[in-house]
Design a protein around this ligand. Sequence first.
Ligand SMILES: [Zn+2]
Length: 71
Amino acid sequence: MSNPFDCYECGDEAEFWRFETWTEGVGGVEYEEPFCGDCIKDAGPSQLDNADINYEFRIEPIAEAFGMRTL
Ligand SMILES: [Zn+2]
């Protein structure tokens, strides 16, 4: 099984999502970008300017990069 995602920074095979969500206007925004195992270490929150009580930042594994199947 191949991993279809490339790192946002360097173009290598990505292993993690940088996931952020926050409120904008009346709705919520979700934003995620793929990073490889090296670049994710430097990939901190990018939307702190938009942070509010609903702001969330997390790093999630890309299932395909760990040999798992996503539905
Ligand atoms: Zn990278």
